[in-house]
Design a protein around this ligand. Structure first.
Ligand code: MV4
Length: 502
């Protein structure tokens, strides 16, 4: 048994990622400490850790984001290090400083790395200097409508206005014609001020209908930086990823090399330490890619990279945090086979609205080349306070087709009742021609699965209607290539019966 890098680690998170990190600790002979809020007293991560401490009321602000309380528990439990997981405090530089001040190792990047990449405009400037492709646009921030208009005229519509303190789609406005410019500019600035206390905005040429391709990077404290290939995350809705895969069906070996080299240059330019992800948008027509943002944390979708590289990214985070060099060189890393991940969420499959509640039956899929990272169990009450994702199903195949077949088989086995979930949505997506041929883009869900006039669902009490309507609408769209539709037109209610219009 390798000497454990730490004696005890506190996991400042919940749900499936807390369990995932607990498992890495156990395999390394490290004691694990869980923290939980009122709503999470019966949550699975509490039972699987070696110790568990209550940190406060259910709302995130009073528990998982309360870093003073978390440090207090860490000192009480006598931990050597804290792993933040993703979300919550994982990119909070103040938390890192608080850990360091209390002699606790933070398992992640430096506060400087976080601050450099948290400001999207400064990140973009750093990328330009590192010779990483960026989207043409304003040279720095834009402070007046007149300047915005001049830049838009120069680069040509459509453009996108972005709040520098934004990210993940927040504080963004696409502008297609000059008449929309002023209101969009003002909206972006006020959103930046209201949500992020920073009204700085910048402008870019809008790359229409892009793919979302991201590169996993890893740096250590000895100056080594590598990439662990790409993930495609274009199946997303309102910037929430739904399905991720590696390799991307649109990335050729030549593009992969260019993406990987650019991502390593990006991470090296800021002396990046730990696991990180460089997000690019990829124009599938021109095959050009452009830096979007860097996530200075481990991501939800890290398992697809683990399966195609054979690297345990969480163990690597722990070793690097201990000051050890990376366990591998770039030359030793290979991308083999194909992996796909689907996010199972407690949400209505048609309206996408979160739908927590008590899980009645829960039987996870099993079988060859399958991984399930989940905190669902029969009788568990999915809380309303946090992200509705309850499980991730990841499959591996020698080919993309095999990985897809395995995923379809896995989803057909997944039993999850008592709450609504998006399992049926995933089955439909995996069967969709544009997913199967790999040509899907970030507009895939909106163009093929978004249902118009969601308010009509307020009046419908029969759940069968919702699913049947969505499937009919999808079939209708598929057959007539209808771009937008209203499901109301396909159904009429005659008394108690629902009848499909003929
Ligand atoms: C863009 C873009 C096209 N052109 N920037 C989305 C959030 C963050 N990752 C940056 N994003 C984008 N930036 C330029 N110059 C397309 C996206 C984008 C997107 C935009 C609108 C709606 C959904 C989207 C999904 C992924 C990426």
């Amino acid at each position: 048994m390798i000497t454990a890098p730490f004696k005890k680690i506190l996991i400042a998170n919940r749900g499936e990622i807390a369990i995932r990190i607990t498992r890495a600790c156990r395999e390394l002979g490290i004691q694990s400490v869980a923290v939980f809020s009122d709503a999470d007293r019966e949550s699975l991560h509490v039972f699987l850790a070696d110790e568990a401490y209550h940190i406060g009321p259910s709302p995130s602000k009073e528990s998982y984001l309360n870093y003073k309380k978390i440090i207090e528990v860490a000192l009480k439990a006598g931990v050597d290090a804290i792993h933040p997981g993703y979300g919550f405090l994982s990119e909070n530089s103040l938390f890192v400083h608080a850990c360091e001040k209390n002699g606790i190792t933070f398992i992640g990047p430096t506060p400087k790395n976080m601050e450099q990449m948290g400001d999207k405009l400064s990140a973009k400037d750093l990328m330009k200097k590192a010779n990483v492709p960026t989207v043409p646009g304003s040279d720095g921030d834009v402070t007046s409508v007149e300047d915005a208009r001049a830049i838009a005229k120069k680069i040509g519509y459509p453009i996108i206005i972005k709040a520098s303190a934004g990210g993940g789609g927040k504080g963004m406005r696409i502008v297609r014609v000059d008449e929309e410019l002023e209101s969009a500019f003002r909206a972006c600035r006020s959103e930046g001020q209201n949500y992020f206390a920073n009204s700085t905005v910048y402008i870019e040429k809008f790359i229409n209908d892009p793919k979302h391709i991201e590169i996993q990077v890893f740096g250590d404290t000895h100056g080594n930086v590598v990439h662990l290939f790409e993930r495609e995350c274009s199946v997303q809705r309102r910037h929430q990823k739904i399905i991720e895969e590696s390799p991307s069906p649109s990335v050729t070996p030549e593009i992969r090399k260019k993406l990987g080299d650019a991502a390593v240059r990006a991470a090296k330019s800021i002396n990046y330490v730990g696991a990180g992800t460089i997000e690019f948008i990829f124009d599938n027509q021109t095959k050009e890619f452009y830096f979007m943002e860097m996530n200075t944390r481990l991501q939800v979708e890290h398992p697809v990279t683990e399966l195609v590289t054979g690297i345990d990214l969480v163990k690597e985070q722990i070793w690097v945090a201990k000051g050890l060099p990376l366990s591998f060189t770039q030359e030793e890393l290979t991308q083999n086979g194909h992996a796909i991940e689907v996010r199972i969420c407690a949400e209505d499959p048609v309206t996408y609205k979160p739908h927590p509640g008590k899980i009645r039956a829960c039987r996870h899929p099993q079988g060859p080349f399958l991984r399930v990272d989940s905190y669902a169990y029969p009788g568990y009450e999915v809380p309303i306070y946090y992200d509705p994702m309850v499980a991730k199903v990841i499959t591996y195949g020698e080919s993309r087709e095999e990985a897809i077949d395995r995923m379809s088989r896995a989803l057909s086995e997944f039993i999850l009742t008592g709450i609504k979930s998006n399992i049926s949505l995933h089955k439909t997506i995996l069967n969709h021609p544009k997913f199967l041929d790999g040509s899907y883009t970030t507009q895939f869900i909106e163009k093929n699965f978004e249902v118009l006039e969601p308010e009509i669902f307020k009046t419908v009490e029969d759940p069968v209607f919702l699913i049947a309507a969505a499937i009919t609408a999808y079939q209708d769209r598929k057959s007539k290539d209808v771009r937008r539709y209203s499901v109301a037109s396909n159904w009429r209610r005659t008394g108690r019966k629902l009848q499909l219009r003929t």
